[in-house]
Design a protein around this ligand. Structure first.
Ligand code: URA
Length: 210
């Protein structure tokens, strides 16, 4: 992908996102909508995967049919909210390998703290899609991508539901080689590090916690 930031302005994405932002949307609906949007974002983020052809036989004839080129995909979820995006993409790409990075945000410093890291082998040979719904300060995402690069990944894309300008700037500074696909570039972060207008705490809303 050539653009550093791609906002998917598709009507279905925007309509579903509005339903997700609404504060009275139930946990079940929130989860379902996130899954549906993740399919649409995954469609966009995979739109430039390199293609090749493979000889197949239809009932009528032989043909050189298009298939995605050899490089295998790895999906890496930033816990815990990343798992909401992961479910949808896995429906679209069931053969992808999956990894998890556990980082929580210290509510005082807003800095990421690592507690889990498990990723597929041979990351250097894979296209890696890192998923986290909320690109807020960008500190957690940038730290997660540091770790994923140290584990060997070279071709990385980042998919989120909402991005704040501060998070996009942080990612551009730390990882200019990592394109970002999002459903919306929101206005700002508030003093607590929440995206405004946003949708609140994505993890709490998807898992029904507080
Ligand atoms: N994480 C969230 O879940 N929501 C925000 O608004 C910012 C970070």
């Amino acid at each position: 992908m050539t653009e550093h930031l791609t906002v998917v302005n598709h009507p279905l994405v925007q309509h579903k996102l509005t339903l997700m932002r609404e504060k009275d949307t139930s946990t079940a609906s929130f989860r379902q909508l996130l899954k549906e949007i993740s399919l649409l974002l995954a469609y966009e983020i995979t739109s430039e995967l390199p293609m090749t052809t493979q000889k197949i036989e239809t009932p009528l004839c032989e043909m050189d049919a298009p298939v995605i080129e050899g490089k295998k995909l790895a999906l890496i979820s930033i816990l815990r909210a990343g798992n909401g995006l992961l479910d949808g993409i896995l429906e679209l790409i069931p053969a992808a390998r999956v990894g998890f990075v556990g980082l929580y945000r210290d509510h005082e410093t807003l800095q990421p703290v690592e507690y889990y890291f498990k990723v597929p082998q041979n990351l250097e040979d894979r296209t890696v899609i890192v998923v986290d719904p909320m690109l807020a300060t960008g500190n957690s995402s940038a730290a997660a991508i540091d770790m994923i690069k140290k584990a060997g990944a070279k071709d990385i894309r980042f998919m989120c539901l909402l991005a704040a300008p501060e998070g996009v700037a942080r990612m551009k500074e730390a990882h200019p080689d990592v394109p970002i696909v999002t459903a919306s570039l929101d206005e700002k972060l508030n003093e607590l590090g929440y995206i405004v207008p946003g949708l609140g705490d994505a993890g709490d809303r998807m898992f029904g916690t507080k």
